[in-house]
Design a binder for this molecule. Sequence first.
Ligand SMILES: [Fe+2]
Ligand SMILES: [Fe+2]
Length: 194
Amino acid sequence: MAEAATLHDAFLDELRDAYDAEKQLTKALTKLAKASSNPKLRQAFESHLAETQQQIERLEQVFESLDETVRGKHCDGIAGIIEEGKSIMEEDFDETTMDACLIAAGQRAEHYEMAAYGTLVAWARAMGHTEAAKLLQQTLDEEKAADKKLSSLAEGGINQRAADDAHRDEEQEPVGSAPGSGRKSASSARPGRR
Ligand SMILES: [Fe+2]
Ligand SMILES: [Fe+2]
């Protein structure tokens, strides 16, 4: 019987997964940037694309530090997240609503990466792979910063403008009249809101 695989094997497997995920994300970030209307949002996706390209090189350095050949393994998780993002881009939203949805799609990817790199850093440290841990931590920090940047753009106006567009009718009409719409009034839809 073959020997049971170790945490080191699982670590290499996760690294290959991350390597493939970053490659998938370079294409996805290009699309997210192109689909963005808000110039700051487009800029955020473009600058994270540049970081992602560096992250791919950084992973290559991680493989080297472990004397392993550079290799990717298809990452189904990020493929699913990217697929969902693609269907959002096919929807017929106004520009600001689309921007809010692109942020949501981008943040799903960042959180997936944060989970993956968080594990990789912890495992590298536990096994004493100091150089790998240092490199992976740099990438984890970049993923967290990218996520924060998207939150600040969403909360800095994009969400509110999209929300105002969504509820414009209700604000102008007395509650209850709801002309030509089957939507709930603003007051009944969100009891906990203001
Ligand atoms: Fe990344
Ligand atoms: Fe990322």
